[in-house]
Design a protein around this ligand. Structure first.
Ligand code: MV4
Length: 683
């Protein structure tokens, strides 16, 4: 086997390839851009070499630099992952010329599948079913129009050099043919530099079903069954599953054999995917072949108990396929969801920023399937990022792939919903809540699949923002009050300080304040403010919210995890604070509440002035420090009550409290100095 390979990729696929290489005892070389110096794929490989600036065309797309690194580090082979150089035939040739093994198909197979019309001609000769249409050389407008009339409307025009849905035109009527043809050719020449088009019968509600194939250099070729990737959004896959719901065994075998015939027709070696579109009646037609390992390969691994990267490595080394067709049976059901840093409510705009917190469901970061012994892990996460990493604008904003396995689709669906509820991200907008609505929605759960599923169900997938429920407000309030208590206790220097008591504040009996939370701005609704009245009691608080008075007690707190009782209701959730944002994760939902603490930063601007002043007229309700005490920036010093709200005056910087000017119970005028403070830098 290879001793060392170079991984010419980044993110989750680079990490995933590295995991298999490690298991097989193969050393790995990572390449990385300036944006990725601290990236996970760099950390998990044995060696890493910087290849250029962040922009992909100056780093991950520079075949010559990557080949030079492979030669310099003594790597014998290059795994291209997906995207970047993975389907670049010239790069595969350049690897061979440099004496390196390209872990992928022969360059000639890639080129044969590169042109849609040439590929269709080859497929026709190999008896692979094609959509009725015309894919010949004649591009005369009158001739193509006659072909359109012969095929029958609706007709779909596709750019021959296109892919991924670009350069397509649906034509409903013969009268519209010429105009659509001209527009399709204009787009084809500007997007692909080639205005050749083909015409097909347009299928109105197709499913996207693809077959995983593998071929070795000894002439063996097998199929590893199908994946249903019908749930897409603008040609981006959102959910993928295996096997395809409702697939009869005979059709599975027919599609598998057609896919193997397609691979054989182009002399294929290695991992490939033959993409079909299928009518609702089950008839299926060849669309294109993807000459790489695909993003969604884990669902196939889970149901077949294989490690497809191991297969790729063995085949590239010249070994035979690890399993024969008879040994490739299907076990259970797997679903993959792609978790993206994007905002579904804002047209799926990518969300750039830092992963402040990332709680993932309990999962195995990479497992191969059961291999015939026992069951695969129910939840797998393939990710190239860690908490604290940035999602940059330079690359695909995928955060993770969440893959679940179940004995059947029902169990897999339930596990997916549960795992999505446990996936909590703070710092970026994500599609997690959208995915959860999608997998729980009637269309997906009843497997009523086709490529229009998301558009057709947009009303239920993008529900109008609802009022924040009392449970979420209570959890945020409990987190805020609990944190204040802990802070006060830590800041207190008096052993018997009543303010440090875990039971809450008590000053001459109960006292009250009002906490205001604002929900998120959204494109469709106004920002709403929620007021929560708090009365401090011996064992917890009495909350007033939504016109009701309910006692709130914290029964358990462990990091961000909270169990509270609100009235009669036991509530559980996690609350993560990110500045003034409280992220409440409860019941599988994620609420972002802005804590409207108007005076939280009071006094900060006066740090240099040496005196902290009262932000408004009010009463001193707590003094948390002593004369001469050194404090850290942000430590609470004095708490005032004004207009039924509590305001914490915090240390504006590290420094020393020189002199306290008021005592608990004192009335203070607006702007009056509260204490003398010396910042550390000035001391
Ligand atoms: C089609 C089609 C309907 N009829 N061909 C889109 C991308 C390319 N891979 C093939 N595509 C389609 N070809 C005929 N004759 C509908 C699509 C299509 C589609 C296919 C797979 C997954 C998602 C899709 C979304 C829109 C259209």
């Amino acid at each position: 086997m290879f001793k060392k390979i170079l991984i010419a990729n980044r993110g989750e696929i680079a990490c995933r390839v590295a995991a298999t290489a490690r298991r097989m005892g193969i050393k790995t070389v990572a390449v990385y851009s300036e944006a990725d110096a601290g990236a996970r794929h760099v950390a998990v490989c044995d060696e890493a070499v910087l290849i250029g600036p962040a922009a992909a065309r100056e780093s991950y797309l520079c075949g010559d630099k990557i080949i030079a690194v492979a030669l310099a580090t003594g790597a014998q082979a290059i795994h291209p992952g997906y995207g970047f150089l993975s389907e670049n035939a010239d790069f595969a040739d350049a690897c061979a010329l440099a004496g390196l093994v390209f872990i992928g198909p022969p360059a000639a197979s890639m080129r044969a599948m590169g042109s849609k019309s040439a590929a269709k001609t080859l497929m026709e000769q190999a008896d692979v079913p094609l959509v009725p249409g015309y894919h010949g050389e004649n591009q005369d407008a009158d001739f193509l129009h006659a072909e359109g009339d012969r095929i029958g409307y609706p007709v779909l025009l596709k750019a021959s050099a296109g892919g991924g849905g670009k350069g397509m035109r649906v034509i409903e009527r013969s009268e519209d043919f010429k105009a659509a043809l001209a527009s399709c050719k204009r787009e084809a020449i500007s997007s692909f530099g080639d205005d050749k088009v083909l015409a097909e019968k347009y299928l109105s509600r197709p499913r996207h079903i693809e077959i995983q194939v593998f071929a070795d250099t000894l002439g063996n070729c097998v199929y590893l069954h199908e994946r249903d990737c019908s749930v897409q959004r603008r040609h981006q896959k959102v959910l993928e599953e295996a096997p395809a719901p409702g697939m009869p065994a005979e059709r599975r075998a027919a599609m598998g054999e057609a896919a193997v015939a397609a691979a054989r027709a182009v002399g294929y070696v290695g991992a490939g995917t033959v993409e079909f579109i299928a009518n609702q009646d089950g008839s299926f037609y060849f669309m294109e072949m993807n000459t790489r390992l695909q993003v969604e390969h884990p669902v196939t691994e889970m149901i077949t108990g294989t490690d497809l990267v191991e297969w790729q490595l063995r085949i590239a080394f010249g070994e035979a396929l690890p399993k024969s067709q008879d040994q490739l049976t299907i076990h259970g059901h797997a679903i993959e969801a792609r978790i993206y840093a994007e905002n579904p409510e804002k047209g799926f705009l990518p969300s750039i920023g830092t992963l402040r917190h990332m709680d993932t469901p309990r999962a195995v970061s990479f497992v191969v399937g059961d291999g015939g012994h026992g069951q695969p892990a129910p939840v797998r996460i393939d990710s190239g990022v860690r908490e604290g990493d940035a999602i940059s604008p330079f690359y695909d904003p995928m955060i993770a792939k969440l893959i679940v396995w179940g004995v059947d689709r029902t169990q897999a669906l339930a596990r997916m919903a549960q795992a999505l509820a446990e996936f909590r991200i703070v710092g970026l907008a994500t599609n997690i809540a959208f995915l959860k609505r999608l997998v729980e929605g009637a269309a997906f759960s009843s497997a009523d699949l086709d490529t229009g599923l998301i558009e057709r169900n947009s009303e239920s997938l993008f529900p109008p923002a609802r009022a924040v429920p009392a449970a979420a407000l209570a959890l945020a309030t409990a987190a805020l009050l609990g944190a204040e208590q802990t802070q006060a206790a830590a800041a207190s220097t008096f052993a018997a300080d009543p303010f440090g008591s875990a039971h809450g504040w008590r000053l001459n009996g109960a006292w009250q304040r009002t906490i205001a939370f604002a929900d998120e701005f959204s494109a469709t609704t106004e920002q709403k403010t929620y007021r929560v009245g708090v009365t401090y009691q011996r064992h917890g608080w009495l909350l007033e919210l939504g016109g009701m008075q309910l006692p709130l007690t914290v029964s358990h707190a462990d990091g961000a995890e909270l169990s509270v009782t609100l009235g009669e209701a036991a509530l559980r959730g996690a609350v993560r604070r990110d500045g003034d944002s409280f992220h409440v994760f409860s019941g599988g939902r994620h609420f972002v509440l802005q804590y409207a603490d108007p005076l939280a930063h009071a006094g900060e601007a006066e740090a240099a002035g040496g005196r902290l002043t009262a932000p408004m007229p009010g009463k001193v309700v707590a003094v948390l420090v002593q004369n001469g005490q050194t404090v850290s920036k942000g430590d609470p010093l004095v708490i005032m009550e004004a207009m039924k709200m509590e305001h914490t005056i915090a240390a504006p910087a590290d420094g020393t409290v020189e002199e306290l000017l008021y005592q608990v119970g004192d009335q203070v005028a607006d702007g009056a100095p509260l204490l003398a403070f010396t910042p550390a830098a000035a001391a």
